[in-house]
Design a binder for this molecule. Structure first.
Ligand code: GFB
Length: 314
């Protein structure tokens, strides 16, 4: 019989990619609940749901996420929501007898000035980047919660720390989104409205690594097959680019030919966060989608969602 896999947060960008991957492989029987059916911030509701559904495995893809401005403007929401999600889902999973749980965090858990590429053992060796400290603290707590349940109770609760993600189902809010959806939306609109220039935030010099969301989903399913994974593993693409280079790539993708200017009032965030993914690669996983191909896929998904009136903007 197929194992029952609960994907917490299955309507988000990562969760919906996981659902597509699970349905494609047919490896598990998915257990799903929309936000209306289950409020993951309500601990009693989560306990009742887990007792009733009794999944074998949980992937924790539920999170309050956002880009640099959203993180720095709403730190209380990012810290509270993500801490409560972690405590609710991890504890209820344990109580309901879940044997395996994969918690998803973020590369922002590592110190602002960590060595590059960042190895897993850089965790808690220095101060965090201020713009996303709240989110990072919640994700560090979630990772440590899983490791503690594993150590104390012998359950296989482990974590994956993905680099910056993008792809189908992203959030395109002009201020709250991450850089790729933000720029796709801005350059696409500038082309449509024949604007002579587009402003990008900050100095354009920070470097970021980007992973197409379907590659993260494949990494997660791969991680679930490992018998004795480390408490957490990095999931990245393996190379990074500057934000200015990214902006040129996005402009090429959407066919925008105007000027790119800098809005230096906006924050840069951490100068660089390229993950060292040698541990994960040694287990036999590698990403498939190069950034220029992923940008084309993301742009197509943006146009499709826009045409259908289903663009996510929150
Ligand atoms: O994607 P982003 O918001 O995430 O920004 P972070 C990355 C870089 O792109 C920053 C620049 O240097 C931004 O200043 N940037 C340029 C823009 N133009 C834009 C734009 O139009 N929109 C956005 N959003 N950025 C987040 C964290 O940090 O990364 C989260 O705040 C999370 O906690 C996520 O970890 C993966 O990489 O700076």
């Amino acid at each position: 019989m197929k194992k029952r896999l609960f994907i917490a947060g299955h309507t988000g960008m990562v969760g919906s990619s996981l659902v597509r991957a699970v349905l494609r492989t047919g490896a598990y029987e998915p257990v799903l609940a929309t936000r209306r059916e289950l409020d993951l911030l309500d601990s009693s509701a989560v306990v009742r749901f887990m007792e009733e559904k009794r999944p074998d495995i949980v992937i924790f893809a539920a999170a309050k996420v956002g880009g640099i401005l959203s993180n720095s403007t709403f730190p209380a929401d990012f810290l509270y929501d993500n801490l409560v999600l972690a405590t609710n889902i991890v504890h209820a999973s344990f109580q309901a007898g879940v044997q395996r749980l994969l918690f998803l965090g973020s590369s922002c858990i590592y110190p602002k000035f960590a060595p590059q590429p960042i190895p897993e053992n850089a965790l808690l060796t220095g101060a965090l980047e201020e713009t996303n400290e709240a989110y990072a603290i919640a994700k560090i707590a979630g990772l440590k919660l899983c490791a503690a349940y594993r150590k104390q109770h012998g359950v296989l609760f482990h974590s994956a720390m993905p680099t910056n993600l993008y792809g189908e189902g992203d959030n395109y809010h002009p201020n709250h989104s991450h850089v790729i959806p933000g720029l796709l939306h801005r350059f696409h609109s500038a082309k449509e409205n024949r604007l002579p220039e587009v402003a990008i935030w900050g100095s354009g010099t920070p470097r970021r690594e980007f992973l197409y969301v379907d590659d993260l989903a494949s990494a997660c399913l791969h991680l679930l097959t490992l018998e004795n994974p480390p408490d957490w593993l990095n999931v990245g693409y393996g190379s990074d680019i500057s934000i200015l280079e990214l902006a040129s790539a996005v402009a090429r993708t959407v066919g925008y030919e105007g000027r790119i200017v800098l809005d230096s009032e906006k924050p840069d965030g951490t100068p660089r966060k390229l993950l060292d993914t040698s541990l994960l690669r040694a287990t036999g996983w590698a990403p498939k989608v190069a950034l220029e191909d992923g940008l084309v896929l993301a742009h197509k998904a943006y146009e499709k969602a826009k045409a259908a009136g289903q663009l996510r903007v929150h």
